[in-house]
Design a protein around this ligand. Sequence first.
Ligand code: PLP
Length: 441
Amino acid sequence: MTEITKIPNSLEEYWMPFTANRDFKANPRLITGAKGMYYTTHRGDKVLDASAGLFCVAAGHGRKEIAEAVHKALTELDYCPPFQYAHPMSFELSRRLAALTPGDLNHIFYGNSGSEAVDSALKIALAYHRAKGEGQRTRLVGRELAYHGVNFGGLTVAGLVNNKRVFGPGLPGALHLRHTRLPEHKFVQGQPETGAELADDLQRMVDLHGADTIAACIVEPIAGSVGSLVPPKGYLQRLREICTQHDIVLIFDEVICGFGRTGKQFAADSFGVVPDMITMAKALTNGVVPMGAVACSDSIHETITGAAPEQAIELFHGYTYSAHPLACAAALAALDVYAEDDLFARAAALAPSWQDAIHSLKGRANVIDIRDIGLMGAVELEPRDGAPGARGFDVYMKCFETGLLVRQTGDTIAMSPPLIISEAQIGELFDILGAAITATD
Ligand code: PLP
């Protein structure tokens, strides 16, 4: 067996994703353990996890119940081919997810990541229109500043320039709504009052291109990667109305904001809008085993399955590891933990303290915006002249050195802690972040 030492023999061969590799390897930040709200570094330091890993560890680290469920699955059924075979846990998980998602989103399709969930959802939308004789609907609508993972479908509808610019034009015909970050939203607590009319961009696309060319519109209810961009009041409702009127499939990408992050099961529940599909991943398994999924409406599922002849495969799509037994076991155990610990209600109860704490950073040097909702939030810093992202990186590094793990995107510090965080730890988190901001010029 290969022995993994705490100090690796070489840092060269691992090409790290979304990482400044040369900088990291000159000053490595190795994580060697995690329990509850804290990581341990290779130096033995404890680091408070302010971003639930990458927004995935909703129930905190090292949950014994989940580990035991995964271990049991591993010893009983290590793998099951998902094409033309299935194992019982995949049905039980789907039943549980269908019950958890809003409306009639009762049919669950699995992949291994948020990116795969997004690309699956886009393909299902195309297949849906094709099945009802409208195969000419191929345009996909996304939004500026969106992140929908890194595969070509998600990249096409996403709206973050650094992720897109070197990878070509993506799928043909894609359109982008304007983002909803308005100047008057600065330092607004929770949902902004203004900006719902930005959803009318979709109507303009219908007027310009014809509804019968548009397959789907995908949005993150709260744009997470760019730093908790909260939708204006009425915005998602307006998108819903336009989509319903023109039979455009509305997809909510809840890879970050699902599973209690907003204080309810899904952001769709918090905002009272039921889309036609929800993509999820991350906290689906508490981050323990990779898994992504799409919850689809009855009508999308029935249209696609009904259009295929008996005994024929209805959707030519899927992954070798769709509904992997270990991932299903982890997800079922995670859902149990969320319910037993009442974590979604806990997030809702903590949200006011979180809001007060994050907005207490207003007035610190270089803080130009603060946004929050539920147990999510972001602090945006003034970029340095000619060096966008440099100040954000320095604050992020200072946080890590002083015991706090946050997510940095450009000059924005994004946070969304495990939902088990205590009031005292919320205080600890913002004390460290505030000090790091003050200490950074
Ligand atoms: N969609 C959204 C909204 C995300 O935030 C992410 C990842 O952060 C993804 C999709 C991609 O997920 P993954 O990294 O698991 O592919």
